[in-house]
Design a protein around this ligand. Sequence first.
Ligand code: GAP
Length: 508
Amino acid sequence: MANNEELFKNLIAHAKEYGFIFPSSEIYDGLAGVYDYGQNGVELKNNIRQYWWKAMVQHHENIVGIDAAIFMHPTVWKASGHVDAFNDPLIDNKDSKKRYRADVLVEDHIAKIEAKIAKEVEKAAKRFGDAFNEEQFRTTNPRVLEYTSQIDDIKQKFYGALERNDLEAIRQLIIDLGIVCPVSGTRNWTEVRQFNLMFSTAMGSVSEEASTVYLRPETAQGIFVNYLNVQKTGRMKIPFGIAQTGKAFRNEIVARQFIFRMREFEQMEMQYFVRPGTEMEWFNYWKQERMKWHLSLGIPAEKYRWHDHEKLAHYANAASDIEFEFPFGFKELEGIHSRTDFDLSNHQKYSGKKIQYFDPELNDSYTPYVVETSIGLDRMFLAVLSYAYHEEKLEDGSERVVLRIPPVLAPYKAAVLPLVAKDGLPEKAREVMDTLKFEFMCQYEEKDSIGRRYRRQDAIGTPYAITIDHQTLEDNTVTIRERDTMQQDRVNIEQLPKIIRKRLQDNK
Ligand code: GAP
């Protein structure tokens, strides 16, 4: 059995081999942190986006969508705080010349101590069996208490230093904790520097007149600057939301873990405008709603967990992440943030335009507060793919790789396969294809043995394979094979659309 690291490597290779994800400009050896989606990848990505859009916009009468431009007026990023505060502290190792995020080095160190605690708990659970009380163990065991106090101490020093922007204290902490470079193994660190993550470029053809513009690092600002437009033209009443999906760009210091941390990626964000003072109620509401969305895909609840932020972004007064168990551990998948009136108030200040809402119930005007849900489309893609990827040994001793993608998201819903490419079966199969293809994304295949074709469809996650055989010509029935169980049922061709529709609705 492959371990998680091997599985992840195999998954990346599989994603390329089956046309899901290619490294960008691969013939030139790629571009770090940038990826292209292939013929199957684009379908899966579109389906995830659509599943999100339907849940957020179509299913909520008070949420509408927009599609704002990537380029925005440069002052937007001054007002949003990104010019001054969208930084990562970075540090270089002088021996390996490798660059790291100082906060990631410290957080990885904390994770190692947490792993030691988890090991102690696991050992004790085994020793005490049914009588084990984890809560009691964690609060009384001297070794666990020592580890917990170490973590508290590191966090206090680290977040304090970040808050004060005391870069020397961060460097000292890294040295005091004995953190070494994973490549050179030395503690020969440079000073810590702040590094702004926004990409900039010049707009205008004459260099003297060109102005610096940024590639947006989040889609949210396109929503804030359009708040008045949408509220007025849509006659929206608070609470209401504006949703958007689109590209965002960040010059990540270390882009890594495949499409987990990219320099060009896509976000799906929704800003919910609420009456000041009600934001925590809506924050909790959206936390629940978003978790329900994830679970509705049939991915088990154990794959998800909550992480409440201790260090808040410059705009937030509360923030929780939905973390997913990727092959490299639990990591952030989605953020739910209470952004107060930070953005709208600052845009009001910098633009000089009044950005307020007249609340007829209160007979008063105010700047709305905002609760945001923000999920990376590529990260959700990776979550789905890593959940779906299975290397299986079958009863007859053969092996298969199957992508158990939730059917509603699968690139192709059905494969239409004539058993053999003769005897009038291809013609009949084409008829079946024609009855299905306007409603469902279908793939027609007649090359190779039926077994090999099933494997190929398993490998791209097609939930249903429809086989047209000689009996079909006699009684108009076909077999429908289910990807996960490999079970086959014989059904009438006329029933096919209804059956597929029903199974997709049940997401089975
Ligand atoms: N508007 C709020 C915002 O942008 P964030 O936590 O910085 O918040 C939201 O980003 C989500 O965007 C993350 O939870 C993650 O899914 C995705 N994301 C952020 N940076 C990313 C990157 N470099 N590559 C891929 N996805 C990223």
